[in-house]
Design a protein around this ligand. Structure first.
Ligand code: PMP
Length: 356
């Protein structure tokens, strides 16, 4: 740190910069960021282009059109919805609303990489709780990690990067055991890809629990990752706090209008989700047939625990033209993409398996 430069918060030294999935070259498939591989639907693109005509103006700060549409669809009061620039933006506001210096935020690990970062940015202390041997949330250990400094718990369902999902009974038991002053955030970024009927809808669980909220995004099933729009469904005091801690005008008018158009185009979008779920089933079955241990993924990606072989595997995929997401020493997360990209990944995985 320079003596002459501005004095930055010393805590930032310990915080890594968020690392996005690697960009892919023109002739390779990007299976590293859990994006939707389909291009925007024409009607959604039209809504965004129409909004672009007035981007000399600030957006509707109350995000009223999108909020009203969501409230009606989800059957919740509009006051319970708080939007932000991606669900990661809303997650950051949730942490800023509940935790500061000396407070603790619990989450499973490994899980979404932003959790420890946004916790430390708020000045709070991350409390990662290892996953079980079969890649699931260890909810008992998470309960045991609660102290009188705990302010928030992230539960990522299904979990990124493993794809494992928590069943209703287990989650309800957990929620009933968490003290009422601790906010539980059910991060459902991949909700639309769930096919296991035992996985609950977080909205059901939030309704009569004032300390539970649900986080959702338009980045995955709705294909708006580049426009940055996500939201929380939370009880009024939490939702009000989110509006205070959010960056003003955080959701552009393009994003708001495209999100509304996407909700109205759900039939077409959900057909695409169905195709991706079909591909997930096919890819998972093929990997299992090759001899890999595959978690039952309820999201739009699969997880291979490769330990020390992680970087070699990712390099082999890269050479074959598939960009995947390695977590060094742990494993590789591979998004479900176009059939051709998935096939290339499967061929690489098969060759790698035989070599090692
Ligand atoms: N939660 C989880 C579990 C995620 O995996 C992601 C994206 N990788 C997000 C939240 C954030 O997504 P976005 O900010 O695009 O809504």
């Amino acid at each position: 740190m320079s003596e002459l430069g501005p004095r930055l918060r010393p805590t930032l030294d310990a915080i890594p910069t968020y690392k996005p999935g690697k960009p892919a070259g023109a002739d390779s498939f990007k299976l590293s960021s859990n994006e939707n591989p389909y291009p925007p639907l024409p009607g959604v693109l039209e809504a965004a282009v129409a909004a672009a005509g007035s981007f000399n103006r600030y957006p509707d700060m109350a995000v009223s059109g999108l909020t009203a549409e969501l409230a009606q669809r989800l059957g919740v009061p509009a006051e319970h919805i708080a939007t932000g620039p991606g669900s990661v933006g809303v997650a950051q506001s949730l942490v800023l609303s509940t935790a500061g210096e000396g407070d603790e935020v619990i989450f499973a690990w490994r899980s979404f990489e932003a959790y420890p970062i946004i916790t430390q940015v708020a000045g709070a202390t991350p409390v990662p709780v290892p996953l079980t041997a079969d890649e699931a949330h260890d909810l008992d250990a998470m309960l045991a990690a609660i102290t009188d400094r705990t302010r928030l718990i992230f539960v990522c369902n299904p979990n990124n990067p493993t794809g494992a999902a928590i069943h209703r009974e287990e989650l309800v038991r957990f929620l009933d055991a968490v003290p009422g002053h601790v906010l539980v955030v059910l991060d459902e970024a991949y909700r639309e890809f769930i096919r296991d009927e035992q996985v609950p809808d977080g909205i059901e669980l939030y309704r009569d629990r004032p300390n539970v909220c649900v986080l959702r995004t338009f980045s995955k099933a709705y294909g708006l990752a580049g426009l940055r729009v996500g939201f929380a469904v939370a009880h009024e005091d939490v939702a009000t706090a989110l509006r205070k801690t959010a960056v003003p005008f955080g959701v552009s008018q393009l994003a708001q209008d495209a999100a509304v158009a996407s909700l109205r185009a759900e039939d077409a979008l959900f057909e695409r989700v169905e195709a991706l779920v079909g591909e997930r089933t096919r890819v998972s079955a093929a990997l299992a047939a090759q001899g890999w241990t595959v978690v039952d993924s309820q999201a739009n990606f699969v997880w291979l625990r490769l330990g020390e072989r992680t970087l070699d595997f990712a390099a082999a995929c890269g050479e074959a033209g598939v960009v995947v997401r390695p977590f060094p020493g742990e494993g590789v997360r591979v998004s479900i993409g176009e059939v051709e990209g998935n096939d290339l990944f499967l061929a690489t995985a098969e060759a790698f398996r035989k070599e090692f």
